[in-house]
Unconditional design. Structure first.
Length: 234
């Protein structure tokens, strides 16, 4: 135990001296590729997770942006067509719009003539399908947000284990380079996991809020449509 403490004390002194010499010589820049290589094996799955998170976020962002775009006055135009008895024109407008809201209303239009409860059920079923499509791959993004920091921490643990094994197997005094290499790997993987996990978490919550907004519009439009069906046609 005393021998190990003496080795650590000697290493700390050597490290301090090395840092002092480095300070006199000027700071040495570290390239990004060097940091990635220093992270060890954990950087490979972390890189794959980062690519997957970027793909899912961009793909879902573009999909939700398109789904949220309804033409100005869309609900009002559908209402006027239904009251005027122009069901075919209303169906064509829904087909041209091609959004979750229009898909729901188009289904309701095809059920006109059936009991109101059946129309409502049909609209709800289409709504559930559309919501499922909107939420595609969101669970994977949430998993990445939680898994990336944990994977980075695993790299930290393995890096620290490797560092202490190297210390235990070293003969004589432990060099600062040998001690710092394992800690270097540990810190890089932890930082990388957090850099991936935090934006993925923020992105996930942003997409969820966008979906909530679209679902609200879907519910509002379906209620408006069912109310129209109960009004007398012109």
């Amino acid at each position: 135990m005393t021998s190990l403490l003496l080795q650590i004390t000697t290493t700390a002194a050597d490290t301090t001296a090395a840092l002092a010499e480095g300070a006199e010589a000027g700071p040495e820049s570290v390239r990004l590729i060097d940091l990635a290589l220093a992270g060890g094996w954990a950087m490979i799955p972390l890189a794959l997770l980062s690519l997957a998170a970027i793909y899912i976020f961009v793909e879902r962002f573009l999909t939700l942006k398109k789904a949220a775009k309804n033409p100005d006055g869309f609900n009002e135009r559908i209402k006027k067509m239904v009251l005027a008895g122009d069901i075919t024109g209303a169906k064509m407008l829904c087909a041209q719009t091609n959004t979750p809201v229009s898909h729901m209303l188009e289904k309701g239009l095809t059920r006109i003539g059936n009991p109101l409860k059946n129309i409502e059920t049909s609209i709800e079923n289409v709504g559930k399908i559309e919501i499922s499509r909107l939420e595609k791959n969101l669970s994977a993004l949430a998993t990445i947000a939680g898994a990336a920091p944990m994977l980075g921490f695993l790299g930290t643990v393995t890096g620290m284990i490797g560092a202490f094994i190297a210390i235990a197997q070293a003969e004589g005094s432990v060099s600062p380079k040998l001690l710092s290499s394992g800690i270097y790997e540990a810190m890089v993987t932890t930082a990388t996991g957090l850099i991936i996990g935090l934006p993925a978490y923020v992105g996930y919550n942003y997409l969820v809020s966008k979906i909530d907004s679209i679902v609200h519009a879907m519910e509002y439009s379906s209620i408006e449509f069912l109310d129209v069906l109960q009004e007398p046609q012109l």
